[in-house]
Design a protein around this ligand. Sequence first.
Ligand code: ADP
Length: 492
Amino acid sequence: MSAGKSLSIGLGVAVTLCTAALLAVVPHVTDDAATGLALIIAASLLIGVGVAAAVWGYVGRQISNLRRGATHFEAWAQGEKSGAGAFQGDRALAELMASAERTIAALRKKSDQAVSQRREIEIQCRISEAERRHAEAILNSLADAVVVTDAFNEVAVANEAAGRLLGFELGSALRRPVDRVIHDPTLIKLIKDTREGGSTGLRRHVEHKLGIGGHDSTFDVTLSCVSDNRAVDAVAASQGTETTGVVTILRDITREKEIAEMKSDFVSNVSHELRTPLSSIKAYLEMLVDGEAQDEKTRMEFYNIIQGEANRLSRLIDNILNISRIESGVVKVQREHVSLPQLIKDAIDVMLPQARAKQIELNEVPTPVFFQVFADRDMIYQAILNLISNAIKYTHPGGRVTVAIKVDEHARTVNVSVIDTGVGVPPADLPHLFEKFYRVADHKKMAKGTGLGLNLVKHIVETVHGGHVTVTSEVGKGSTFTFSLPMADAAQ
Ligand code: ADP
């Protein structure tokens, strides 16, 4: 505290006390009322001046104390030594300062804790966000459609496949009632029934058809109840009651069903295909054994029929075995220089009886050039036989089957085409013709088959020889199956 301020306080107090004492003695020193009044006024003025001096001094001292305190306090707040020591002369201020320091230190600790908590929460948020994005990416990578509804029957989660399949926008579907997002009434009912009647952990499988792109697809719909809350879940699981949401997964099983159907068709067709030539071989053999063929001409006719049926049987068995050998990679390929025109001639000779029996004209377009490929003779022969056999099978009596060879000098390939004037293939079936077991529905009544012949042709030409097989067709007019093989190089 400055000396001036202490002096003014002392002076003010002294003046005030003296004047008060003077006032007390005034009535005793004078009888004159006017003098007395003047003395009292003068004394009062003096008291006023004294009090003002004392107050001014005191307030000034407090202000300068506070300023000093503030300076020390700032210094302390910035990490310098404690400010309380600066008030050793003033206990009250020192205590005030110490208490403020304690409070500030406690606040600082709390603020540090809050900052580290905030950092931890930020890290957790980032981890949760990364996990959410990861889960979303996994969900979106699934080919199956997934829709999760919550306790309020609103869409909580859905993946892109679900949006595409059920026709909704992912972004706008979330948190909306499921019946406003999905428009298939059966599916909505299934979800509702599962939520109301199901219990966590239980799973339902329902087969359901959905019309997509103009045709029906079959889906395996899996519905299971879930609980959002783990605590509720634990209790619920023990009681088997609490359900807060439903997970619905739709898996397209159209193809699986078709394949299952094809396989069962295949088994019955193969049995039939095997049994037919076998029964005929047995019947003719019995007639020969019983001596029913009395002349040489009839016997020769029977032998020819038995031979034809045996060949048919062996072709079928070859088809089945070769497909499985090529697919499992155990087929032995014996490449050699093969003359395609000669191979075609041989195949036509073998198929002529079948064509004649159906009154179908079978011939080849004569080729003057001697084309060679470096290939497995037996396999290529089987591919040509399969194509000619099909052309005869799917052409009505009176029709024509032609085999032609062309060479593409530029691409260095030889192209073999089997052209028929038969029933043709509907455009929707064309992309599937070379699939295993695939048969055109409209043709099933026309001829028995296994749906393996073309698949084997494709395997032989493309998988084994690196060639290419194509088809063009018009319903009611006929089809052209063409395969191309690389021409044999002089070096081969
Ligand atoms: P399949 O034993 O049934 O004849 P393929 O694999 O040889 O089996 O042929 C598959 C299907 O392709 C046949 O069932 C038939 O519907 C169709 N197909 C094959 N060749 C022809 C053809 N030349 N003309 C019309 N349809 C054909």
